[in-house]
Design a protein around this ligand. Structure first.
Ligand SMILES: [Zn+2]
Ligand SMILES: [Zn+2]
Length: 264
């Protein structure tokens, strides 16, 4: 057993293979590459791997090195699942897809944000807002290389991975076509940004919703978090913060009950 740190919180891992961008095996067949600001998950086994999200554009080379060093030799990446198209999640999707000939998978409502230059800036009168400015600056300074979404999925669709099938759970709110992934067999939840496990900015470990400034509709995000809590996962792998490897159902239910009591 190893004790290492993601962000600044200690975490016990099953195995740790250190490269200059660490690749941790956080559960059997689940690798985590900690890009500090976002997690990339690599689901692997039998020479195949599927990646969930790809980090920011400037992480392409260290990400590739971590994948190559962390995965067993000869493993190919057959698919990239995109929880949503934000610049910290889709920055290297085009790069990895080209490198490995991988299929890109995203929710049908999110695909336009990955394939085309469709902005996350609010429309109408909301265009004149701090949220708009934040997304405008993000789109200028942290660009996303566009690529084709080969497979557009929706609620209930199944995506085969080396650790078993994942069901698509549409979790809108953070973005229109945000999706989480559910591993029914192990009761593992890959929540994307619908629920994260770090308090932004202060980076303390706790279940949390993303910063409202970065979300399309906070109310819908809350409803999506409740939908995820109802799944009663044993483990939660969020795209920000440490994976929650035990009692995730209790923590998630407590979290959603708390915000329901606060926000009605
Ligand atoms: Zn996001
Ligand atoms: Zn994010």
């Amino acid at each position: 057993m190893w004790f290492v740190s993601i962000g600044h919180e200690p975490l016990e891992f099953c195995e740790c293979i250190y490269t200059d961008m660490p690749f941790y095996e956080v559960a059997p067949g689940v690798g985590l590459i900690d890009l500090w600001q976002v997690n990339v998950y690599v689901l692997y086994g039998n020479g195949d791997a599927v990646v969930i999200d790809t980090g920011m554009i400037w992480d392409s080379k260290p990400l590739l090195r971590a994948i190559r060093t962390g995965l067993p030799p000869g493993t190919n990446i057959s698919a990239i699942i995109q929880t949503h198209g934000h610049c910290d999640h889709a920055g290297n999707t085009a790069f990895l897809a080209k490198q490995f000939g991988a299929e890109v998978i995203a929710h049908e409502l999110e695909a336009p944000f990955i394939e085309k230059f469709q902005t996350y800036m609010p429309s109408g009168w909301r265009r004149i807002s701090l949220k708009s400015l934040v997304f405008l600056l993000g789109e200028i300074f942290i660009p996303v290389r566009r690529c084709r979404v080969d497979r557009k999925v929706r609620e209930g669709d199944t995506i085969n991975t080396p650790i078993g099938p994942l069901s698509v759970v549409h979790t809108p709110g953070h973005t229109l076509g945000h999706m989480s992934l559910w591993h029914e067999g192990n009761r593992w939840l890959f929540s994307g940004d619908a629920v994260i496990n770090v308090i932004p900015f202060i980076r303390r470990t706790a279940l949390c919703l993303p910063v409202p400034l970065f979300s399309l509709d906070v109310k819908k995000n809350r409803a999506s978090a409740k939908k995820l809590a109802a799944l009663k996962p044993t483990a939660l792998f969020a795209q920000h913060g440490n994976p929650l490897l035990s009692d995730a159902d209790t923590a998630l239910t407590r979290f959603t009950d708390e915000f329901e009591a606060t926000n009605g």
